[in-house]
Structure formats: structure tokens, C-alpha cells
Ligand binder design. Structure first.
Ligand SMILES: [Zn+2]
Length: 81
């Protein structure tokens, strides 16, 4: 079993998720807010602006960009255009 360090709270945890179980509800919530934001506004604003408007920290936004889910999501958006 591999020990991961949670990128939100810094706790160690054993599972294959992006963040620890304690943070996963908040992380999913913010991630889906971020996706709705991008769906409505596109992805042209800077991360600082997105952060101000969504209340999600730039650090977390940067992590979301690397989520495989987000890359799939962007492909979906690309297909709609
Ligand atoms: Zn955590």
C-alpha cells in the first residue's frame, strides 16, 4: 500500500484518490463548481480571476487542472464547440 500526502491538508492517507478522505467532499464540491464556472465562462480568465469569483484557491485550481477528470471535461467542451 502506498502512502499519499493530501495536497489540501497535508495529512497522510492510504488510497488512490486525489486528496484524503476527510477532504474529498470539499474537493469534489469545489471541483464541480470549477467545472460549472468553466462551462459558463469558458477558460479565458486568469486563475486569479477564477479564484476570486469561485472562492477556490489558486493552488487548488492548479491541482484541478491536472485532474484527469478535468482533461476529459475539456475534451467534452471542445466537442460541443
Ligand atoms: Zn486532506
Amino acid at each position: 500500500m502506498e502512502l499519499n500526502k493530501c495536497s489540501r491538508c497535508g495529512n497522510f492517507y492510504v488510497s488512490n484518490t486525489n486528496v484524503c478522505p476527510k477532504c474529498s467532499a470539499k474537493d469534489n464540491f469545489e471541483f464541480s463548481n470549477f467545472k460549472s464556472y468553466v462551462q459558463e465562462n469558458g477558460f479565458e480568465n486568469s486563475l486569479n480571476t477564477i479564484s476570486n469569483e469561485t472562492g477556490i484557491t489558486v493552488q487548488n485550481l492548479n491541482r484541478f487542472l491536472e485532474y484527469e477528470d478535468f482533461q476529459n471535461f475539456q475534451k467534452t467542451l471542445g466537442n460541443l464547440n
